[in-house]
Design a protein around this ligand. Sequence first.
Ligand SMILES: O=C(O)C1=C[C@@H](OP(=O)(O)O)[C@@H](O)[C@H](O)C1
Ligand SMILES: C=C(OP(=O)(O)O)C(=O)O
Length: 413
Amino acid sequence: MPAEWWNAPTCKGPLNATVTLPGSKSETARALVLRARAGGNIPILGALKSRDTELARRALIPGTSSVDCGLAGTVMRFVPALAAFNTATTRFDGDPHARKRPIAPLLDALERLGAKVRYMGVPGFLPFEITGHGGPYPAEVELDSSQSSQYLSALLLASPAPLRIHLTGRVPSVPHIRMTAHMLQSQGVDVQQLDERTWFTSGALTHPSPIRIDPDLSNAGPFLAAALVCGGNVTVANWPESTYQAGDAWRWILPMFGAEVSFTDVGLRVTHSGGRWPGIDIDLGDVGELAPTVAALAVLGESESRLRGIGHLRGHETDRLAALATEISRCGGTCRVVEDGLVISPGRLHPADFIAYDDHRMATFGAILGLALPGSRINNIETTAKTLPDFVARWDAMLRGGRSPKIAELSVE
Ligand SMILES: O=C(O)C1=C[C@@H](OP(=O)(O)O)[C@@H](O)[C@H](O)C1
Ligand SMILES: C=C(OP(=O)(O)O)C(=O)O
């Protein structure tokens, strides 16, 4: 456990802040894969630079034979799919917990498409080697998509040839699949959902075109949640009018906790009288990555909350259901893990030393609770750099009522 503990700041009064956020992790990961497929021939505007996206950039350098996935689901799912359609052998490994994240259903599908997979540790998990072949490839493949939407995104993003994908499980995180389809379509690929269980891609990128990345709306969550905990208002700048990001769901989730949400000239503004709201009953199956932030608000609620549809969070950066239950009880709340989610009840809350589990969203979960529980600390707050560099500076600026560190110009790469 890191020796460094971060003293989580508390609310000093109602907020009045504007927050700027860097680009979406999910959009950047897809853009980097598409650019690699186009031989580097796609300009990307406003890409995120964080641990996950730097790992993706390195993994996608032509000729790479050994890929460090870190703890990035996007790297450990998208890049093996690319490797299966190339003729070399590529080795994959990652952080200790990445070796526990599920991937076998995707690798099984890649084997059915002709790739050779050699597990070098526990079968079904990192580390492994993939040897691709130059085709021709089968035109259809079955995929068990129940554990992660990233398996289907990976096949759609990587396939160079027409492919029908038959899903044998329920797919979580549907907006992420739609984001994949939309970004492929913007490069001239014909991607269609043929029926509830079948997807089609035409494969070839026929019209490589520039990609613009919007701010990361999932990472907007903790900042917007602060407007509820402290009262006042927080505006996240440059909120897109239309988007496939999961975090756009904050617009309907936060009103369930009594927040007012509106668009201003600057972005999305969330206003709340502060500190009191009822528990909620919510299916987060489409937007599971928002669950830790929703859970933090549920802990502070005045009645029971149920977070449903998120059994697959057991395979995220950590087993998030177990981690949330442990951390909620650490600060005096009550949390029961059920098959598809969490039941959170009010308790006598007190400050706590929250553990981040190398999970950016568990770290920000602790930061939200820290606002309300003076004296709380979080170990390894730096783990937020997985998707949000400068989290602490942005959090402090928000609490001071200022603007976040400026993102001067959206860089083009
Ligand atoms: O494709 C993506 O960019 C992602 C898909 C989702 O994964 P799961 O479907 O595994 O939850 C999401 O939770 C993750 O943060 C990012
Ligand atoms: C599940 C997440 O990430 P990953 O892309 O590593 O799966 C997340 O960011 O909440």
